[in-house]
Design a protein around this ligand. Structure first.
Ligand code: FES
Length: 183
């Protein structure tokens, strides 16, 4: 006697339905998860790799009023709602003052192409070792043959609590006559 025909397999159909539901569920969840990740990373994206704002750089006693520029690293840490980023060097500045003039701060980056300028006592100014741009103690171009399109970038400086030197650190685009802040 012949065997009876095999009935439809409800278990297999159920399995396929479950697989489809899992795939659709994963796709539906992908968009909110991506949005959540973007929000989580938002402080970093907004940060853009540039640290700006006032940063404590040195104590007043480290900059004697003799008119000689002193170079200091700029160390910045950053805290947002989620993380505390460790302090890292983000640049350097020259600080200078005399008995008669207030503190002044210059970014050490040459506005020609971004090398670090050196203070050269014999020149009473700064020299960029890359292409020989020269700047006087006020940050102005000293030798008109300098390829730098502008003087050194001066930064706002504040004396806080009588002894703390804070500088509003900022980098600017190199190679342009106009100072264009990098963000
Ligand atoms: S980078 Fe300073 S002169 Fe070119």
């Amino acid at each position: 006697m012949a065997a009876a025909p095999v009935p439809p397999q409800p278990k297999r159909r159920g399995f396929l339905k479950e697989c489809l539901a899992v795939v659709l569920g994963a796709l539906a969840g992908a968009a909110p998860a991506g949005a959540g990740l973007a929000v989580l990373l938002d402080p970093l994206r907004r940060h853009g790799g540039q640290f700006t704002g006032f940063i404590r750089v040195a104590s007043l006693s480290a900059v004697p009023p003799d008119g000689v520029p002193r170079k200091f690293p700029v160390i910045a840490s950053h805290t947002d709602a989620w993380n505390k980023f460790p302090a890292v060097p983000v640049g350097a500045v020259y600080l200078r003052r005399t008995a008669d003039t207030p503190l002044r701060a210059f970014n050490v980056i040459c506005p020609h192409a971004g090398c670090f300028v050196d203070y050269v006592a014999a020149r009473h100014g700064y020299l960029c070792p890359c292409h020989n741009s020269t700047f006087d103690l006020e940050g102005r171009i000293q030798d008109t043959r300098s390829p730098a399109p502008r003087g050194l970038d001066e930064l706002a400086v504040e004396l806080r609590n009588g002894t703390e030197i804070w500088v509003r650190f900022q980098n600017f685009r190199a190679g342009t006559a106009r100072r264009i802040p990098l963000t």
